[in-house]
Design a protein around this ligand. Structure first.
Ligand SMILES: NC(=O)C1=CN([C@@H]2O[C@H](COP(=O)(O)OP(=O)(O)OC[C@H]3O[C@@H](n4cnc5c(N)ncnc54)[C@H](OP(=O)(O)O)[C@@H]3O)[C@@H](O)[C@H]2O)C=CC1
Ligand SMILES: CC(C)(CO)C(=O)C(=O)O
Length: 339
């Protein structure tokens, strides 16, 4: 169907799902990942997509970065946010003149990509469906959820239409938006709540549903929405997250939003966040500095106080560095900050 191959850089949970769906629909796709066993599995037996949404196996051309030849004009970047710079070092030589990189990531990676390659070569993207890399060649696709694509300056361009058509193969309700920063900041708010759930061993829904921790979730969401407002961003809601309620610190509105998020996440086969998985299963660093740390820094620059976000960064670091274990007690420690 497509003559120009699409490069997926980082073929884990998100990149794997995107690449498998694009290829199944007939597009030429090439997967790049630094895990040799995963690369080998994708190009031999194929990449198995499992779970309640759909199950299929897709054989995919794949390489580790050092094996890759040639240049590509459509690249989907799906590495963890703290690996973005390193991945860009490797992929920039493979970006064709006039080509673009789509950030299928959490965080404000579009800023990093645009700083390296120019806004003209960067397309904004937001993904909220859930997926887990299980082992080489196996990915759990846990649930459908919101997806959006847009230019950083809000123009509706041909390439937005092109990426939207691709994303619609994975998520039929994918949106082409003139406010991608609104989605990205909405996810910064949603994501701050996910980091809080990962302080505990509980599922996202069980953690967010605890009445004694409600004030912490409300305060985290409010701090992020104040930061967005200080930059004149209009965050957008999705899958239960209501930015206006968190911005206004409207307590019944925030609680209603949290209930909707609990309900949304009760329906996924991916019961725990990617952050929880990094801490509990993969035993590795999370995206906390790239997602939450950057907001604390921004708050300092803008004069917006973010004490609860800052405390959460410390607690996640404590777990990453083995000083503490995941426990509900860690959320208890944040309650006094949230009167
Ligand atoms: N999983 C999910 O449900 C969701 C994830 N996201 C976001 O999507 C992004 C990707 O997350 P996810 O797919 O879960 O992550 P994964 O860890 O599952 O996949 C990333 C893959 O990229 C590999 N990688 C790391 N560095 C490089 C590099 N320099 N070049 C090529 N490959 C590299 C990783 O290897 P290694 O493991 O060895 O580092 C891994 O195989 C994150 O920003 C995440 O927050 C957003 C919504 C939902
Ligand atoms: C939980 C999810 C899939 C968003 O719904 C996510 O973004 C994550 O795991 O980091």
């Amino acid at each position: 169907m497509s003559e120009r191959p699409i490069l997926i850089w980082g073929a884990g949970a998100i990149g794997g799902v995107l690449g498998a769906y694009f290829a199944r629909a007939g597009h030429a796709v090439h997967m790049v990942d630094i895990v040799p066993e995963h690369v080998e599995a994708m190009r031999t037996g194929g990449l198995r997509i499992e779970g309640p949404v759909e199950e299929f196996t897709q054989v995919l051309p794949a390489s580790v970065p050092a094996e890759l030849d040639g240049q590509y004009d459509r690249v989907f970047l799906a590495v963890k946010a703290h690996h973005t710079e390193r991945a860009l070092d490797m992929l920039i030589p493979h970006l064709a003149p006039g080509g673009y990189v789509v950030s299928a990531q959490n965080g404000l990676n579009e800023r990093t990509i645009a700083a390296r390659m120019g806004a003209d070569n960067t397309v904004g993207c937001f993904v909220n469906f859930g997926a887990d890399w299980l082992e080489p060649g196996r990915i759990l696709y846990g649930n459908r959820a919101a997806v959006a694509v847009g230019e950083l300056d809000g123009r509706m361009t041909d390439r937005v239409a092109e990426v939207h058509a691709l994303l619609s193969l994975v998520e039929p309700d994918a949106v082409a938006t003139d406010n991608i920063w609104g989605y990205l900041w909405g996810k910064m708010g949603y994501g701050a709540l996910l980091f809080c759930t990962a302080l505990t061993p509980d599922s996202m829904s069980d953690a967010m549903a605890r009445p004694e921790h409600r004030a912490v979730y409300r305060t985290l969401g409010h701090e992020v929405m104040r930061l967005a407002a200080a930059q004149d961003v209009q965050p957008l809601g999705f899958n239960g997250f209501d930015p206006a309620a968190f911005r206004a610190a409207d307590e019944p509105g925030m609680d209603a939003s949290l209930e909707l998020m609990v309900a949304h996440n009760r329906k996924t086969a991916k019961t725990h966040s990617g952050i929880w998985r990094d801490l509990a299963v993969r035993k590795r660093k999370t995206e906390v500095d790239a997602q939450i740390g950057v907001m604390v820094e921004l708050g300092r620059e803008l004069g917006v106080e973010t004490p609860t976000l800052a405390r959460m960064v410390e607690l996640i670091h404590d777990i990453e560095e083995g000083r503490r274990e995941q426990s509900r007690d860690l959320v208890d420690l944040m309650v006094p900050l949230c009167a």
